[in-house]
Ligand binder design. Structure first.
Ligand SMILES: C[S@@+](CC[C@H](N)C(=O)[O-])C[C@H]1O[C@@H](n2cnc3c(N)ncnc32)[C@H](O)[C@@H]1O
Length: 163
């Protein structure tokens, strides 16, 4: 499922850029994110606004990944009876160095249901999760929770470390 055009447009807007710059990136830094001289992989980088902020801080390397045609991922998950965000942790585990960290900012299933009811962004149910499910999955797949916070009960921030 591709992002619907309205959601894609919202992701390019000035408010979204402000939110990435002033809220999400700053929260990750409070959680301990250090960019300079580190190898950074950004999954779901969209059109690359965060990439421009990250590379301005001189990482050793930066790689941005975005599967704009999400269909292939969904097909894989349906075929293998798994949910995409579970596969995500296995892939992170595979590519991260020992002790490497994942920083996640995302909305919970209930929040996305509310957005979809209001704006008709139509997310596939298979892609949604509660924060409890997300953390349980990370912990059971070899990641320890280092920090977490739920902003206004809507956006969850997590730092997980590969054990
Ligand atoms: C809600 S948008 C956020 C885009 C950008 N990070 C931002 O904050 O503006 C989520 C992005 O994740 C991408 N995405 C979804 N599933 C993905 C996957 N399995 N692998 C890579 N990118 C994915 C989508 O194409 C989309 O660009």
């Amino acid at each position: 499922m591709k992002l619907c055009p309205k959601e894609f447009e919202a992701m390019q807007s000035g408010w979204r850029r402000w939110y990435i710059r002033e809220i999400e990136l700053k929260t990750f830094k409070k959680f301990g994110l250090w960019i300079k001289d580190r190898d950074i992989l950004e999954v779901g980088c969209g059109s690359g606004y965060a990439a421009s902020l990250i590379t301005a801080e001189a990482p050793r390397s930066y790689t941005g990944l975005d599967d704009g045609s999400f269909d292939a991922v969904l097909d894989f998950c349906i075929l293998h009876h798994v949910e995409g965000w579970r596969v995500f942790f296995d892939e992170c585990r595979r590519v991260l160095k020992d002790g490497g960290c994942i920083y996640i900012a995302d909305l919970s299933r209930s929040c996305i249901h509310a957005i979809d009811a209001l704006l008709r962004w139509d997310h596939a149910e298979e892609t949604l999760f509660s924060f409890e499910e997300l953390e349980r999955e990370a912990n059971s797949r070899g990641f320890r929770t280092v920090k977490k916070a739920i902003d206004l009960g809507m956006e969850g921030y997590f730092r997980f470390q590969k054990e």
